[in-house]
Design a protein around this ligand. Structure first.
Ligand code: ATP
Ligand code: FE
Length: 351
């Protein structure tokens, strides 16, 4: 089965074509430059850029796969959650393509796309424990099927990606912050500043990252006040300290989530990680250690499939189709769309 996927929920416009699990093409057009002057993604600017770029990105994905739209079997599109203007642009584009070609339309939850990616890149059977760590989300999920997720815990405030981006902004580093902070941290001393490890004293696997952000801000201001600026080394040490705090908290909470998960599914000890922050090398190494200690299989998709892309949307669309799910022209764009089945049973599909 050949599936065209579209993704436009944040600041990347993406299209991809999958045949089974083979990625025939995956085109991602970033908008970084458009938002650089504003210190964050501006929804209006993002929506307009998606609307202008989608056409070309789809054409490029078809060209790279050497296919015509007629040769595609279905069109999958991110229908939420995300910035509503961008999601709408993608959904309208997908509806147009579906109507024009007579192919089925499948609305996909962006987070389900991230959460199923390890099944695209590895032979990973259901169920598995997923740590989803991205720009807007952070949660532990038991994944039992393409629409069957149970949330074990997650952030009670900011997402770690947001904290990476904010830290980069505070230190005058380029956006997106994750890669910039990781690069700086490589020559930094993580032990120079004592940053908090929020919520470790509390049971369960909830997380918090807003206090960490504030701690970076205070430490930066203290350094600036004491020496009228930051040296290259200060910056590196702040980044290293911040990254170590995020890594430690996520590792410890992963240990706890694994214990909860394994109590329910003792026969399938597997952890998968996905989302943009899963691209972080230090975090991946720490999680690999946690899993090695616990005798759990660890899976992390390649970096370019961790950050936003449309291959994951096409893949999730394929799984939904296998399960007999499809949408119709009533498919709605949703700014909010929790994955947890208890909160939102089988949503996103036109009735
Ligand atoms: P969501 O999926 O929650 O809607 P999003 O789509 O914006 O949010 P992703 O594209 O999955 O998020 O991830 C982007 C985030 O990942 C950004 O916050 C970015 O800073 C972060 N990120 C990317 N690479 C790294 C890295 N190497 N280390 C840490 N964070 C990273
Ligand atoms: Fe994402």
């Amino acid at each position: 089965r050949t599936i065209l996927g579209l993704e436009s929920s944040c600041d990347d416009t993406a299209a991809a074509i999958l045949r089974g699990r083979e990625v025939l093409s995956s085109v991602v057009a970033g908008q970084g430059g458009l938002h650089a002057a504003y210190g964050g993604v501006v929804p209006e600017i993002a929506a307009r850029a998606h609307a202008e770029t989608l056409d070309g990105v789809v054409a490029e994905a078809l060209r790279e796969a050497d296919l015509t739209l007629g040769e595609v079997d279905a069109i999958a599109v991110t229908a939420g959650p995300g910035l509503i203007g961008g999601v709408l642009a993608g959904v309208m584009m997908a509806k147009g393509l579906a109507a024009g070609s007579g192919k089925p339309l499948i609305g996909v939850n962006h987070l389900a796309g991230h959460a199923l990616t390890p099944r695209l890149t590895d032979d990973l059977a259901y169920p598995y424990l997923m740590l989803l760590v991205s720009g807007g989300h952070c949660q532990f999920l038991i994944v039992r099927g393409p629409e069957d997720f149970t949330r074990l815990g997650g952030t009670i405030d900011d997402a770690p990606g947001e904290a990476f981006d904010k830290t980069a902004r505070l230190l005058g580093l380029a956006q997106p912050g994750g890669p910039s902070v990781e690069t700086e941290a490589r020559h930094g001393d993580a032990s120079r500043f004592a940053f908090p490890r929020p919520l470790l004293d509390r049971p369960g696997c909830d997380l918090s990252f807003s206090g960490l952000k504030t701690a970076i801000l205070r430490q930066r201001d203290a350094l600036v006040a004491a020496q009228r600026g930051l040296t290259r080394q200060d910056r590196a040490d702040l980044c290293a300290g911040f990254q170590a705090a995020v890594r430690d908290v996520l590792s410890e909470k992963t240990r706890r989530a694994l214990a909860l998960y394994r109590a329910e599914h003792p026969a399938q000890p597997a952890l998968a990680v996905a989302g943009g922050v899963a691209a972080n090398g230090s975090l991946r190494a720490a999680l690999r250690d946690v899993c090695a200690d616990a005798g759990v299989v660890f899976t992390a998709p390649p970096l370019k499939l961790c950050t936003d892309n449309a291959a994951m949307i096409a893949y999730a669309g394929g799984e939904l189709m296998e399960a007999g799910r499809a949408s119709d022209m009533t498919l709605a764009a949703r700014p909010r769309w929790p994955l947890d089945t208890a909160a939102a049973p089988l949503v996103g599909h036109g009735k």
